[in-house]
Ligand binder design. Structure first.
Ligand code: SF4
Length: 108
């Protein structure tokens, strides 16, 4: 069974409660389209601030709960209301090392 976590921007989390990401998962929309009905959301966490110091630790912890896939939140990837994350490549490398599937985006 697919076990998903959403990784989001610490800075943006100060102004965003994450409703868009969570709704997109539950409604299987946008970057969750085609996700199996029995897939579970097992984590919803922030990077811990620039330059993503919390990522490695929390992914390690989520792997103990069967984590298979990490969705990078749309706010980390888009240039718009918020600037795109300048540490995205580093964060992706950390995720790659852990062996999880990486999906770009959530609700945009
Ligand atoms: S590392 Fe990227 S995702 Fe994390 S707070 Fe900084 S800009 Fe946001």
């Amino acid at each position: 069974m697919k076990k998903i976590a959403v990784l989001r921007c610490e800075t943006v989390s100060e102004v965003c409660p994450g409703v868009g990401c969570l709704k997109a998962f539950h409604e299987r929309r946008v970057h969750f389209k085609g996700t199996e009905e029995d897939a579970m959301l097992v984590g919803f966490f922030t990077c811990g601030g620039c330059s993503g110091r919390r990522v490695s630790r929390l992914v390690k912890s989520l792997l103990k709960h069967g984590l298979t896939t990490v969705h990078l939140s749309s706010c980390m990837l888009m240039d718009g209301d918020y600037p795109k994350c300048p540490h995205i490549d580093e964060i992706k490398k950390t995720l790659e090392k852990s062996g999880v599937e990486i999906v770009d985006g959530t609700h945009h």
